[in-house]
Design a protein around this ligand. Structure first.
Ligand code: PLP
Length: 279
């Protein structure tokens, strides 16, 4: 693969990042994942706007290529022969001696890469997934998309070890989000419910699109925390992210949502979302 590192396109095996990069020593980095379908990016401006917010929140300087990220994204697809897949963008604060408070003198590190993947063809998207619940032990700035992903990696590995595909997190107010997704359910009254934005969860670009599509379609929508007990009475549940698109959740901790089949609201939103991607 060809990656973009600090101003140049290089083969992945030739890319060099300093051992003193603060992304490596301190996890001082932020990232984005944006997908392209048939060569067209989905919600790229929203992802780049969130990258700017994450950088600002962490006090990381913009990489000098900031204004050109759009064209670098396009070029990475071309150079890697990817038409449907994802582009990963990571920015760290750069290189400094290993000292907590030093501000790097040089540039922020920018790494971008592309990867082919067919999101609409995955069994998760088509057939749904099984998830477990775990207490949300992450920090309280989950609105910042940082590369400090240890809790998510552990939670996802733990899910696999339990024979499930992912983990949903909860706190004292209810479900926060999935380990790499936002969570929606259709409650017993037929209302589409998802947690309101706060520092407790990431403002998903896909979440925002789904809320818009649902409102346009005339579905009742309520942004409020989902209680763990509600999975017993919910009629549908799904998770959203750039790569999950809208993925049905069939069971939570081994208990089926309704009859354990993918529901009508989920299928309708999948169709509307895929139509809007392919427009
Ligand atoms: N929440 C978390 C913790 C995530 O990591 C992600 C995406 O990876 C999301 C939500 C969904 O965000 P988006 O729809 O912008 O991909």
């Amino acid at each position: 693969p060809i990656v973009f590192l600090n101003g140049t396109y290089v083969r992945a095996e030739d890319a060099r990042i300093s051992p003193f990069d603060r992304g490596f020593t301190f996890g001082e980095g932020v990232y984005e994942v944006c997908i392209a379908v048939n060569g067209k990016f989905v919600d790229a401006p929203a992802h780049l706007a969130r990258l700017d917010r994450s950088l600002a929140a962490c006090g990381i300087a913009h990489p000098p290529e900031r204004a050109k990220l759009d064209s670098i994204m396009e070029e990475l697809l071309r150079k890697n022969d990817v038409t449907t897949g994802l582009v990963y963008i990571q920015v760290t604060s750069g290189v400094s001696p290993r000292n907590f408070t030093i501000r790097p003198e040089g540039r922020s590190t920018l790494l971008m890469m592309a990867q082919a993947s067919d999101f609409e063809q995955t069994s998760a998207f088509r057939e749904g997934i099984h998830v477990q619940l775990r207490e949300d032990i992450r920090w309280l700035h989950r609105d910042i998309k940082t590369t400090m992903l240890m809790p998510q990696v552990m939670a996802k590995r733990d899910a696999l070890a339990q024979g499930m595909s992912d983990t949903l997190f909860y706190d004292e107010q209810g479900i926060t989000e999935g380990a790499s997704s936002n969570v929606f359910l259709v409650d017993a009254h037929g209302t589409l419910v998802t947690r309101p934005l706060s520092n407790r969860l990431l403002a998903g670009c896909t979440r925002e699109r789904i809320l818009d599509l649902a409102r346009e379609a005339g579905l009742p929508v309520d942004e409020r925390p989902i209680q763990r007990a509600e999975f017993a009475t919910a009629t549908e549940c799904f998770v959203t992210s750039a790569t999950y698109l809208i993925t049905p959740v069939l069971t939570v901790d081994g208990v089926s949502i309704a009859d354990g089949q993918v529901g009508l609201v989920t299928r309708t939103l999948q169709r509307l979302y895929c139509n809007s991607m392919n427009d």
